[in-house]
Ligand binder design. Structure first.
Ligand SMILES: Cc1cc2nc3c(=O)[nH]c(=O)nc-3n(C[C@H](O)[C@H](O)[C@H](O)COP(=O)(O)O)c2cc1C
Length: 401
């Protein structure tokens, strides 16, 4: 069977790690599956593997120099444009740190900054380096920006010790690259609506009722969906986040505004991922001026229920795919199941917001996915972007053929 790598251009970054010699094998495996390979080395990498080895195997000259003009263009821009995928294997702690912090001081890191294609990183380093808190923070940052990391794994290290830090083996890395390229087209031609963030329900001219929702989960879903080929309508309550430029974006404030936008767009979409934390209640009366504290010693709020947008969608959905979210503080599974059925959902993403590293405002989440057939997947703590990836994987499984 023909590989998705056939006729693809892979930019293979090689950095200053002992594992750099394994890049030669990666070139061979990629070529065997029909890809064109463009090796880009850091200066440090040349201490570990000779550029001629990579040039010969790839049948493409290994590039090193940021200031060289090949193909009549600046090398970093032409490489960034011709690549279908960037794979850096091995990637050092140093290069991960640079990418995570927007440093572009050589050909490889400048090309990474200029490219829009998926990026896979295969770290290799000594266990002490890998466990360093800065390295771990950089890895989290890279994952939350949608980069794909494979490994490192437990095994024998260059130092002779056994520990975590060994680069994944070349066949595994190449299989992974194949899977990533495959998933790029998962939702080509599909239109999804994603809602995100909190809503605000005004009490008076200066105050409102809202929730701690930041919008991070919804925005991660929108970004991941776009990366996998979907067109995305993103409807967001107030959030400090920047919406992905490719999304059709609508900013709303109240639950009623959100409902109006959702209903307006619903007929056109293939599915909805309702990650917004819509306020269940709103004040019955919005004071026209500021409520003054000296006018009363206590204040009773009279609240009315907001429409349950998800439940409404569940009633009219037909074969559209509907994903709901719930944030709970107890009996997660039971409540998720109840909501899944009550709202006629295809999938529910439930998180226990009492757990550290889950729920509102934080960059990570711990969730349970329950689908319409009752299949449950528990995801331990991971970045919201990784959770988004798993949710889209599940959506793909549940989509009508
Ligand atoms: C023998 C030797 C082996 C090294 N192996 C690694 C490694 O596996 N991973 C790593 O992150 N750094 C490793 N380093 C350190 C990097 O080479 C060093 O941080 C260098 O500045 C990386 O440059 P680059 O990231 O631009 O390629 C090694 C250094 C030496 C001298």
């Amino acid at each position: 069977m023909s590989s998705v790598l056939k006729d693809k251009s892979i930019l293979l970054g090689i950095t200053g790690s002992i594992a750099a010699y394994k890049a030669a094998e990666i070139v061979r495996l990629l070529k065997r599956r029909g890809a064109s390979v463009y090796p880009v080395m850091t200066q440090a990498a040349t201490h570990f593997i000779h550029p001629l080895t990579l040039t010969s195997l790839a049948a493409q000259e290994a590039s090193l120099d940021l200031f060289e003009m090949k193909r009549g263009r600046m090398e970093h821009l032409s490489l960034a444009q011709l690549a279908d995928l960037v794979l850096i294997a091995p990637v050092t702690a140093n290069v991960m740190g640079k990418i995570a912090h927007g440093i572009a001081d050589d050909l490889l890191t400048t090309t990474v900054m200029a490219t829009k294609v998926p990026i896979i990183l295969a770290p290799a380093m000594d266990e002490g380096m890998y466990e360093n808190a800065v390295v771990q923070a950089n890895i989290r940052e890279l994952k939350s920006r949608g980069m794909h990391l494979i490994g490192p794994e437990e095994g024998e290290l260059a130092s002779g010790e056994v520990g975590k830090g060994r680069m994944s083996e070349p066949p595994k890395i190449v299989d992974y690259a194949e899977r990533i390229l495959q998933s790029r087209g998962d939702f080509a031609g599909k239109l999804f609506m994603v809602t995100a963030g909190p809503t605000r329900e005004a009490l008076d001219k200066v105050r409102f009722i809202s929730s701690y929702s930041s919008g991070k989960m919804g925005y991660a879903l929108a970004e991941e969906g776009i990366d996998r080929g979907a067109r995305i309508i993103l409807i967001s309550g107030p959030s400090p986040l920047i919406p992905p430029p490719q999304a059709e974006f609508y900013s709303v404030e109240t639950a009623l505004e959100m409902r109006k936008r959702v209903m307006e767009k619903f007929s056109a979409v293939d599915g909805v991922l309702m990650a917004a934390a819509v306020s269940d209640f709103r004040p019955k009366l919005v004071h026209k001026s500021k409520i003054k504290k000296n006018a009363c010693t206590s204040l009773k709020l009279d609240l009315v229920q907001n429409p349950d947008i998800l439940k409404e969608l569940g009633r009219i959905k037909k074969d559209k795919l509907l994903v709901g979210f719930c944030a709970e503080t107890s009996s997660l599974k039971e409540k998720a199941e109840e909501k899944l059925k009550e709202k006629n959902l295809d999938l529910i993403v439930a998180n226990d917001i009492t757990l550290e590293g889950a729920g509102f405002g934080v960059d990570t989440n711990i969730v349970l996915l329950m689908d319409r057939d009752g299949e449950v997947t528990s995801l331990d703590r991971r970045s919201k972007r990784e959770v988004a990836r798993k949710i889209w994987d599940k959506v793909k499984e549940l989509m009508p053929a």
